[in-house]
Design a binder for this molecule. Structure first.
Ligand code: 7PJ
Length: 266
């Protein structure tokens, strides 16, 4: 899953797709096409920055940032389009212009989100977050982070079932960096098989995240090698989808794991 940030204030790529305050759809399409050629099966498009401390964005602004690009990609590329949003209105609109997956860091907790996602007919990625993006990194607190994240995700799966979203449509994500200390992130990575055991595909987003900076002191633009290491550790522990800024490098790294898997299957 390649990341396309349709925000002016992304931590990882600094809003490079924004020109004079507007999303440059042509530029974004070039980025999207490159990612598909490099091996992305899914492109994740987001119009709300959820980095720690990020400012809130209105639903209308978020739609303006995302929908024109979704339409262009749907028309021109052969790829599943994922929408990184918590907004029920955007979920519905995106579904009608060609989105193929809803990716909600708030696990459909906003008013109307369960209903909008159900009506869309699309698959949904449910992610765990402790707190909200403004305050989540202030004081993350768990007794047993793996157990608590698992229980939360299971509870959201149940809420989905109640609203007519069956298990076949769901993916799970522990939400690395969303209300987690470095230790919590590492515990979740080590305990990933326990999330995988819930029986749904697990998506992981570790690309360029701040745990790398905290562990080995790398600035955002120096985090690719560690991101590849983390991606492989996650895939080895059962992750089904890797969300990344660096599709070509990640695809190569995962191909090495795959070669080993296929050998073991013989
Ligand atoms: C994630 C995400 C993640 C899912 C972001 C960033 C922050 N969606 N959206 N999982 N992270 N499912 O890319 O660092 O980890 S935005």
């Amino acid at each position: 899953m390649g990341i396309i940030n349709s925000t002016p204030d992304s931590f990882a790529d600094g809003g490079t797709l924004f020109q004079r305050g507007r999303l440059d759809v042509d530029l974004a399409l070039v980025r999207a096409r490159d990612m598909v050629l490099q091996g992305a099966a899914i492109l994740d498009i987001g119009g709300e920055s959820t980095r720690p401390g990020a400012a809130a964005v209105s639903a209308a602004e978020e739609m303006d940032r995302v929908l024109p690009l979704v339409e262009r990609i749907a028309a021109e590329l052969e790829v599943v389009i994922s929408i990184d949003t918590s907004s029920p209105a955007l979920m519905s609109e995106a579904a009608s212009v060609g989105a193929g997956l809803l990716n909600d860091v708030r696990a459909l907790s906003r008013e109307g989100a369960l209903q909008a996602a159900a009506a869309s007919g699309l698959p949904v990625c449910l992610m765990h977050m402790q707190g909200d993006p403004v305050t989540m990194q202030a004081a993350p607190d768990y007794t047993d982070v793996v157990a608590e994240v698992s229980a939360f995700l299971q509870q959201r799966v149940d809420a989905c079932a109640t609203h007519g979203i069956s298990r076949e449509r769901l993916l799970l994500d522990p939400g690395f960096g969303f209300g987690k200390s470095v230790q919590h992130n590492l515990q979740l990575l080590r305990g990933l098989p326990r999330l995988v055991a819930l029986g749904l595909p697990v998506l992981v987003g570790l690309s360029r995240k701040s745990l790398i900076g905290k562990l080995i002191g790398r600035d955002v633009d120096q985090r690719l090698p560690a991101s590849l290491g983390l991606a492989l550790l996650a895939v080895q522990r059962g992750a089904a989808i890797v969300r990344t800024h660096d599709v070509a490098a990640t695809a190569d790294a995962v191909a090495m794991w795959q070669a080993l898997e296929e050998l073991e299957d013989e």
